[in-house]
Design a protein around this ligand. Structure first.
Ligand SMILES: Cc1ncc(COP(=O)(O)O)c(C=O)c1O
Length: 373
């Protein structure tokens, strides 16, 4: 019997919508000896990871931690804990991930009121205000900060301000925004927020940092129905991830992945949040200029374009799959395809976290230039 060989992946450059390149320092952390998930040293590391996440989210919220699963689980954790049957939730949609929020609301037995915006444009604040006025019984306003499917940044500060005027809680998707552009949980008054480890945090996929405000925690503690998901019930998870005191087994944490997240957050703190945001902006400008020199156009307006996710119009007559295939085969470079209505019409070039650097941008421009010739 022949056994399959060990899997040795090639060294790709990951410039799609995530996962993004993981620095050697984080990969080394991942490979360190596994500790027990209740080992006192691991508990110390959990506490330090929580405080590094508070730094990244700009919050003092005690309930700030990573969910042991990808961004979709962070999304679900926010909805299952805050939405009860019959609750009305206003959801802003301008891409794929807003639509998933509606799915979450419906599956929790909530009633979703949708503010639909054209893909590739920002959520319209007037439309949100009108919807909140027409639905004064709304409990939550939910929106995606950085829409990865379209490369659009929604105006999180103004949306949170509107929610507060109408006494609504907020649920914010920061999967692609955290670490790449400003996210200010306490300054904007966000009640529930989730992110992903694999984008601008430069960590391996599989963890979802989340944070809940004190107001959200009190809503969760005073629910009339139990949270429908046992695994994601924050009332139970705090027994393991909670502050101080005795930690009780809830599930086996992905110990090595937490080492990796800790290391990536340490790198973010060493660089400084503002410097990381600036690096993404500078990288975006360099890429944008290089693409323009190749005759390629950006699809999103400069006013609300994400620096970490560059959506580029595919020129007429160019075969999307052929170009991306050749970039991967011949240049070990991954860029992303368009999603949904934008499939075949755009490429999504990520400049996320560690992947946002001159060497990658030069490699991407040189490779694209050769392939397009
Ligand atoms: C904006 C946004 N929300 C949610 C998700 C889901 O995250 P994950 O794929 O880690 O489950 C993604 C993933 O790309 C995303 O970009």
């Amino acid at each position: 019997m022949t056994l399959p060989a060990s899997f040795i992946p090639p060294e790709r450059t990951l410039m799609g919508p995530g996962p993004s390149d993981v620095p050697p320092r984080v990969l080394n952390a991942l490979g360190r000896s596994t500790l027990g998930h209740l080992d006192p040293l691991f508990i110390d590391l959990m506490d330090e990871t929580k405080s590094l996440l508070q730094y990244a989210f700009k919050t003092e919220n005690p309930l700030t931690m990573p969910i042991s699963a990808p961004g979709s689980a962070g999304m679900e954790a926010c909805f299952v804990n805050l939405v009860e049957p019959g609750d009305k939730v206003v959801v802003c949609i301008n891409g794929v991930f807003g639509r998933r929020m509606v799915e979450n609301v419906t599956r929790c037995g909530g009633r979703a009121v949708v503010v639909e915006n054209q893909w590739g444009t920002q959520t319209d604040l007037n439309a949100v205000e009108d919807t909140l006025k027409a639905n004064p019984d709304s409990k939550i306003l939910a929106f995606v900060h950085a829409e990865t499917s379209t490369g659009v940044r929604n105006d999180a500060a103004s949306l949170c301000h509107l929610a507060q005027q109408f006494n609504c809680l907020t649920i914010v998707d920061a999967v692609t925004s955290l670490g790449g552009i400003e996210v200010d949980v306490d300054g904007w008054g966000i009640d529930a927020i989730y992110s992903g480890s694999q984008k601008c945090l430069s960590c391996v996929p599989g963890l979802s940092p989340i944070s809940f405000s004190e107001r959200a925690v009190s809503v969760i503690q005073n629910r009339s129905h139990p949270v429908q998901s046992w695994f994601l019930d924050m009332n139970l998870i705090v027994g393991y991830w909670g502050q101080g005191g005795k930690r009780a087994y809830h599930h086996t944490a992905p110990v090595n992945s937490v080492y990796a997240l800790h290391e990536s957050l340490l790198m973010l703190k060493e660089e400084g949040l503002e410097n990381a945001w600036q690096r993404h902006q500078t990288g975006h400008e360099k890429l944008r200029d290089g693409l323009a020199a190749l005759g390629l156009e950006m699809a999103v307006d400069t006013g609300y374009r994400l620096p970490q996710l560059n959506v580029v119009v595919i020129p007429d007559g160019v075969d999307d799959g052929e170009v991306r295939g050749q970039l991967l085969r011949d240049f070990n470079l991954e860029i992303g395809a368009g999603l949904g209505a934008l499939a075949g019409k755009v490429w999504r070039i990520g400049l996320m976290g560690y992947a946002c650097k001159d060497r990658n941008i030069d490699h991407c421009l040189a490779s694209l230039s050769k392939v397009l010739q």
